[in-house]
Design a protein around this ligand. Structure first.
Ligand code: UDX
Length: 440
């Protein structure tokens, strides 16, 4: 089948490339000419494990093309995906749909024959109907069906998630569109991935409901962690104990510094706005968004409290800056708030991240000093803070760390070390929600 993918951001590039790997003929389109030039040369503008190899393979096979102009690709396409950005609108927290609307108008102007237009971008419920109106106004003769097909890709595991999804959700009432989408995803249905056909509004809601539920799960365990610290208890064991109940499930129960990234903060906010305006507020998620924001600031205070010296002039070594491992993405990373609250109190911040430092430099204050590695970062510091659980930080040489830190204090915001390992070596170790096992 012929696919046009509009937008070569994270979602568009990964999805387009994976569709081509299934044997479809895919053109990825972006207005950013320099990005398209780079992609044509095989340079991948984002960090995603395995993506460069997959792009190269499919470009070589002639199944994956890149273009700045959508005309030809859309004209030829059976399916056109809209995978452009939907950032939070400044002021009201709603998703900004201007790029999605503009893409729909451009598609309407050039589409030929029956064309299925699919929203891959995360869009609020009702957007599919809006797009249908926009397209009808722009090109009354066009034979176009608008379908919702939300993505559930995790950064860092996006290819695996695309190829072996828990489910594929397709929202449409149009039988012809349903047939086209079923054919597009046939390679996955052979892998026994459940393909769930729903009404379009329902599909749009499923995406927001999934992200909101996951954000709620994380926030729940984070608050349990706070309680463990106050009353004594180990949040990891609580998570295991409740997660073994099949109704709860063990995933997404890792306590930490609060969720970040390009999806959860933005989507939870957008869902609460939609729900408020519809007169059916989702108070649980309103609380989740507030608690998560508060948590990031609280993590800065946690580090300050761990210091055995006055903050002004102290040096804190920060390991991990990205919102999670295996990505260079700094969007809404808890590290931003933590670093800022340390700097506000006169702390010198030295930081290291295996992949994210280039992006970090764009968003963190200039006074942050960057180190070339974990040990360089720790050298002479009054405290070491682990913010992101990169594998490279999981097996640090603790004896070496002890000798190079000025004060052997470790604040482990991801609970990647057993407290006893550090305590037996004379560290002051502070994890998250392991109140009874904090050893000094
Ligand atoms: C998320 C969804 O998982 C994905 O389905 C959706 O399409 C996009 O948003 P992503 O943002 O890439 O994906 O990251 P994810 O792995 O879900 O983690 C999100 C945040 O939650 C990270 O900051 C992570 O550190 C945090 N998290 C996750 C926890 O703090 N604890 C957990 O148990 C899980």
């Amino acid at each position: 089948m012929r696919v046009a993918m509009i937008g070569t951001g994270y979602v568009g590039l990964v999805s387009g490339t994976c569709f081509s790997d299934f044997g479809h003929d895919v053109t990825c389109i972006d207005k950013d000419a320099s990005k398209i030039e780079r992609l044509k040369k095989g340079e991948i503008p984002i960090f995603e494990p395995g993506l460069d190899e997959l792009v190269r393979r499919n470009v070589e096979a002639g199944r994956l093309q890149f273009d700045t102009d959508l005309t030809q690709a859309v004209r030829d396409a059976d399916v056109v995906f809209i995978a452009v950005g939907t950032p939070s609108r400044r002021g009201d927290g709603h998703a900004d749909l201007s790029y999605v609307h503009a893409a729909a108008r451009e598609i309407a102007a050039v589409a030929q024959g029956f064309t299925v237009v699919v929203t891959k971008s995360t869009v609020p419920v009702g957007t599919g109907s809006d797009l249908e109106h926009i397209i009808r106004d722009a090109a009354p003769e066009a034979d176009i069906a608008v379908v919702s097909n939300p993505e559930f890709l995790r950064e860092g595991a996006a290819i695996e998630d695309f190829k072996r999804p828990d489910r594929v959700v397709i929202g449409t009432d149009d039988p012809r569109a349903r047939e086209v989408m079923a054919a597009l995803y046939r390679p996955l249905s052979l892998n026994a991935a459940p393909i769930l056909f729903t009404e379009r509004n329902t599909a749009e809601l499923i995406k927001y409901a999934s992200n909101a539920f996951l954000a709620m799960k994380i926030t729940f365990i984070n608050e349990m962690a706070d309680l463990c610290e106050k009353v004594g208890g180990n949040v990891q064991e609580v998570a295991r104990g409740i997660g073994l109940d099949g109704r709860i499930g063990s995933k997404f129960l890792h306590a930490g510094p609060g969720y970040g990234g390009s999806c959860f903060p933005k989507d939870t906010l957008a869902l609460t706005r939609t729900a408020q305006e519809a007169g059916a507020p989702i108070r649980l998620i309103e609380t989740v968004t507030t608690v998560n924001e508060t948590r990031k600031a609280a993590m800065g205070r946690k580090v300050l409290e761990a210091l055995d010296c006055p903050p002004r002039g102290a040096t804190v070594a920060v390991l991990g800056l990205t919102f999670k491992p295996n990505t260079d993405d700094m969007r809404d990373s808890p590290a931003i708030n933590i670093v800022q609250s340390l700097l506000d109190r006169g702390v010198k911040v030295r930081a290291y991240d295996p992949v994210g430092m280039h992006e970090a430099r764009k968003v963190l204050p200039d006074s942050v000093i960057y180190a070339d590695g974990a040990y360089e970062c720790a050298e002479g510091a009054d405290c070491l803070v682990i913010i992101t659980e990169w594998d490279a930080f999981r097996a640090l040489d603790l004896d070496r760390l002890k000798t190079i830190l000025k004060t052997p204090t470790v604040v482990d915001l991801r609970n990647i070390y057993p407290p006893a390992d550090l305590a037996s070596r004379g560290f002051k170790y502070i994890g998250v929600g392991r109140g009874s096992s904090i050893a000094v």
